[in-house]
Design a protein around this ligand. Sequence first.
Ligand code: ADP
Length: 373
Amino acid sequence: MEHKLLKLLLVEDDQNFGLSISKFLARARRVFFTVEQVFTLQEGLSRLSSATFDVVLLDLTLPDSQGIESVNLILEMNLRIPIIVLTGEDEALAIEALHLGVQDYIQKGDFDLRALERIILYAVERQELMTRVKDQRDLLNQRAADLETSNARFASLGYTLAHDLSEPLRTISSYLHLLRKKSLDRLTEKELEYLDMATSGSQRMALLIKDLYEYSQIDGKSQFVSVDLNLVISEVLVNLRKAVEDSQAEILMDTLPVVMGCKSQLIMLFQNLISNSLRYKKPDLKTIIKIEALESQNEFLISVSDNGIGINSKFLNEIFEPFRRLHSMDDYPGSGIGLASCKRIMEYHQGRIWAQSEIASGSNFYVAFPPKE
Ligand code: ADP
């Protein structure tokens, strides 16, 4: 603050009081003050609209305006300048002014002018701080509003896409099916192979549309309730019964906690993790999947681990991005959206998700939920 110049507007009808203020501030040690005195509120307002000041000292008993009215008229100008009010005996009035947004007050009667420099400097600092906090809050609110708009747009785009693309895709699939059936004995082996490739392409596209649709519909609007994760896993295992039976996987499970959340999203989360563990298995090894509740301070930590093919540790963050896949479609079909959905779900639950793995040594996925309030 050294050698800073502060322009002060003094709105005060008592010329002598104004002079003593100017005199004291002329001797200020940390700042150079320039003081301009006006004698009515109207003059004050007109100076504030035509020139820039760093601080206003405002008397609450002026010839043309009394009390809080003067404060309101200056605040309405939205100048972001600190205001310090000068009052007589009436401290209640000064406190009312503080509530409206003035930075400080001075009671003229018993006021020690030596404190003035400090009061002004604090008021300026506080105002700067408040302005910065307000700007940050406005920015944050703006970002939240933008995000909500873009999420809503994304959700409706997902719905439209899924709807509009599914229809022609269904037509393509059924004509491919028909063509195969009608011309089976006329087509060469090569031609049949082309037909099958077209069919599997349309199936992959159907899967992609379905997953993309589900991803776009994950939002933060659902009401959170207590969700028993044991029931979540039971439902997931019902949904995945065929895949579990086909792979003859063994699933070991701890007793899991109850967390705050959206049940359908949590089913989607664990279904993605467990179905990945079922799919990314080692061909010659019985799949073992463990779902464990781990000790952790201040959060509910769950792990889903498998003894499958593992993940190159370089890509452990990337796999949570949409469409990021580490395998070819032929080896392991998938849309590359499952883990991105999991990440989105955990963001809405104000939790975290991450993975630990090495190639060929299984994978551990962790989800951490915040504690219940
Ligand atoms: P998808 O499985 O449809 O490709 P995901 O988003 O679920 O999409 O997974 C992204 C990638 O992460 C997968 O393509 C795979 O390479 C890798 N991955 C996910 N889970 C496992 C797992 N349990 N074991 C090995 N690799 C995995």
